[in-house]
Design a protein around this ligand. Sequence first.
Ligand SMILES: C[S@@+](CC[C@H](N)C(=O)[O-])C[C@H]1O[C@@H](n2cnc3c(N)ncnc32)[C@H](O)[C@@H]1O
Length: 321
Amino acid sequence: MSTIQTITSSTQDQNNWINHQLGDLNEINRYFSINKGNLLNRYLSVVIEKIQRIIHLFRTGFWINSHSLGQALNAYRFEVTKGEFERIETLVKIKLGSDFTEKAYQSATEETMMESFQNSVEFFVGFIRSPTTVGSLLPSSQKLAKGIAKDIPETESEDTPKRYYLEVGPGTGTFTKQLIKKLRENDQLDLVEYDEKFVKILQRRFGHLNNVNIIKGDFTKFDPQNKYDYCISGLPLAAFPKDMVVKVYEVFNKVVKKEGALVYFEYMGLPRLKETFLKGKKYENFKEILKIKKKYYDDHQGKRKNIWLNMTPAYICNVTL
Ligand SMILES: C[S@@+](CC[C@H](N)C(=O)[O-])C[C@H]1O[C@@H](n2cnc3c(N)ncnc32)[C@H](O)[C@@H]1O
């Protein structure tokens, strides 16, 4: 996706960019065998489609399928004006059909095996670049993500009031993928992520969802219009400086509704291990952070459960505000 940086504001160049990734948009249907006809015709169209995709891959380096179609459209959505994006989306819908385009968007939320690997590499590189921001070597496991989502009660009916969800530090979207399953049409999920690279990944995966807002920024400066029923945090508090931890708790208190819930995770044993390596002022500072965290958990009747299948095993903590 490095071509994103080369976009200029001229429509011609923008079309070149999207054409580069999706093939000739005017003939995009030749990459997708949405074909009727007898068995032989269908078989032939599948073969032709594959050949067209291989040619496109050799020419541009981009493999076209419904997943990459959804992700490329989502990425483009954040690069151009609303009007220009709608023009391109309408063209794709005319060529491939609205249902097919919708399926492409749904598929964009999934991580392919290759993307899961690339996202893990992105995480690892992010950690090396800024260990105190990224806070872990790898994205969380599916098991942890499902455990986090399970901690949020189901909505009984479509008629109950709109729910506001906030995810802080979503990274590459491991928890987000589970959280969007909870959303009803008029619920809202806001994602606040600091790292620009992760923001781009979130845009590609979830950019088409009308009730998901992707906000690039520092949570300690977050000042939303509304308050949240549920806040899910992936922030690596144990890696932050003490003042920042205090600020994060202040913002949690400000943005989560009274009786709302804050769900987060902590790595088992790691704080104790870290303690043994720290000395002097750093040791004192870290002890203070652990104390602040424990006090917050106790003051808010915290509950926790273990998740063993994670790198490294973790607790899911749930506190009521
Ligand atoms: C431990 S990772 C968790 C990522 C993801 N939730 C997961 O479990 O795979 C921490 C995430 O918090 C983000 N982050 C760190 N400091 C932040 C801040 N001040 N505001 C918003 N996001 C922040 C990092 O960029 C990273 O994506």
